[in-house]
Design a protein around this ligand. Structure first.
Ligand SMILES: [Zn+2]
Length: 100
């Protein structure tokens, strides 16, 4: 198995674990080159992540994953989304700054 495929598999496991914890549906996960952002999540449960996510530290991967999954429940970055982010990740602002 190629190294990149191993990284992808590990990342997908991470996504599935979070999806179970947060209790949101995930129909498919794809990891490919994206132009504009880290990830997207369709209302049908399809997740797409940029390839660069594989180079992030585990805690930043968690940020990207939880950020997207919570959009199933909350479509914006308002107060509810922020409080859920905090509940799952603690000081998520710090992680957000690290991603920039
Ligand atoms: Zn968002």
């Amino acid at each position: 198995m190629k190294y990149i495929d191993k990284l992808k598999d590990e990342f997908k496991d991470r996504v599935n674990n979070w999806a179970e914890r947060i209790q949101v549906p995930v129909v498919s996960i794809s990891i490919r080159r994206m132009k504009t952002k880290w990830a997207s999540y369709s209302t049908t449960g399809r997740l797409t992540f940029d390839l660069d996510v594989l180079n992030l530290t585990p805690e930043l991967q968690d940020y990207v994953i939880v950020h997207e999954l919570l959009h199933y429940r909350v479509p914006n970055h308002g107060r509810l989304w922020k409080s859920l982010m905090k509940a799952h990740l603690g000081d998520f602002k710090k992680l957000e700054d690290m991603l920039k």
